[in-house]
Design a protein. Structure first.
Length: 222
């Protein structure tokens, strides 16, 4: 690796540092929203949050594949997923709860939404993808940074992780029989997510009846 290339990598690492701050802002906000929801509704919609920043090498490669000159200006204009956050939750209904909480924040601007939950990809992939813009407050003033947020259930995330590993093992050309099996597995994931919601609805209904019965025994009207 020559000196010029090393210096260029260092320059890009400094450029990307602001995206780390953006992830810190998003992660803090998600933690607060989740804790508040748990306190108010006795249910935490977020099970896990994982964040990452693309490496300079990965960003440069993506620009080259797009036929674009490798500049920071082109990065800001053409690449929206430099900073990424993956949020996993228990139920599909939580996906939209989390989306609503994010959208309601005055300092977060939702730029783009791709709903692969309602409209899955042909291979069975499901997730809700958001591109948001969040201010990062620096000494010279606020800078607005784009972050990609993916929201999916634990079951969807398990399937997506497996599909990703298989995709790269076959360098993108997955044999037809394996593609069919992955699609079948995606259908099973959908069935599992639907069944878990039904079970939770039954638990909630049971608890409500139990509460009403106890109040009745105490002579308290609902």
């Amino acid at each position: 690796m020559n000196k010029d290339f090393q210096e260029r990598i260092e320059e890009w690492k400094n450029f990307l540092f602001i995206y780390k701050f953006a992830l810190d802002e998003i992660n803090t906000k998600l933690t607060i929203l989740n804790d508040e929801f748990q306190f108010v509704h006795q249910h935490n919609p977020i099970e896990h949050v994982k964040s990452r920043i693309k490496s300079p090498e990965s960003i440069m490669s993506k620009l080259q594949r797009k036929g674009l000159e490798v500049t920071t200006e082109n990065v800001e204009k053409h690449i929206k997923d430099i900073a990424g956050v993956r949020v996993t939750c228990s139920f599909t209904t939580d996906i939209y709860r989390i989306y609503d909480m994010i959208e309601s924040q005055d300092d977060i601007k939702v730029i783009n939404v791709k709903d692969y939950v309602e409209n899955p990809k042909p291979n069975g992939y499901k997730s809700l993808h958001l591109i948001v813009e969040i201010p990062v407050y620096l000494s010279k003033g606020p800078e607005y940074v784009k972050v990609e947020i993916q929201i999916r259930t634990i079951a969807m995330d398990f399937w997506a992780s497996l599909e990703h590993k298989i995709y790269y093992k076959f360098e993108g050309e997955i044999p037809g029989n394996l593609s069919a099996e992955l699609k079948e597995a995606a259908d099973i994931v959908h069935y599992l997510d639907s069944k878990m919601i039904r079970i939770m609805d039954e638990v909630t209904e049971f608890k409500e009846h139990e509460k009403e019965a106890k109040l009745g025994e105490m002579g308290v009207e609902k």
